[in-house]
Design a protein around this ligand. Sequence first.
Ligand SMILES: CC(C)(COP(=O)(O)OP(=O)(O)OC[C@H]1O[C@@H](n2cnc3c(N)ncnc32)[C@H](O)[C@@H]1OP(=O)(O)O)[C@@H](O)C(=O)NCCC(=O)NCCS
Length: 176
Amino acid sequence: MKLIVETPRLLLREVDESDADGFFEMDSDPEVARYVGNVPVESREKCLEIIRFVQDQYLAFGMGRWSVLLRETGEFLGWCGPKRMVDSGINGRADFVEVGYRFMRRHWGKGYATEAARATLAYGFDVMKLPEIVAYADVRNEASVRVLTKIGLNRGNDFEWEGKTHAWFEKKRNID
Ligand SMILES: CC(C)(COP(=O)(O)OP(=O)(O)OC[C@H]1O[C@@H](n2cnc3c(N)ncnc32)[C@H](O)[C@@H]1OP(=O)(O)O)[C@@H](O)C(=O)NCCC(=O)NCCS
């Protein structure tokens, strides 16, 4: 297990196959899928594929989504972390690092996404020394737009992606 970040309530660590049941509960939920493209999933096996995909990203880019666990109990809550996007063309941008998150529905509304995303930004700027971190969300996804606003990203333009209007967010690292 590679621990990345600790916050008052959360541990963020690299994903591993022990997270498959948590991924499956989360990613098979149509409510979780409402504003994101690649879910709901129909099998635990598919979740193992997703986990291996993220592990490949660690090797290729030195970064990828991290599992978020509750410190007190060690239970899996969801994922949060940076993702390197190369040649995506999203919002006309070729190469960037975006922060994203996804949590099991029974853990929504407790501030976990905000706490994890804030820690990801701090780690991305202070430890990884990323020059810029971006994010985007379906404009109807008010919880996500709220999280991105609360963590201090600057809202940019709206743009169309996969047939839906998305809001772009970005923040540059303070010069140190
Ligand atoms: C988006 C998501 C990660 C938010 O997780 P969370 O842990 O509940 O978020 P937080 O509790 O940290 O913050 C949510 C904020 O949105 C607000 N909110 C929640 N639902 C809302 C709604 N329908 N309309 C307006 N605000 C809403 C909450 O009140 C809270 O703001 P506040 O602290 O000012 O009260 C969670 O809903 C999720 O996993 N959704 C499915 C996956 C997804 O959409 N990921 C993002 C893709 S861009």
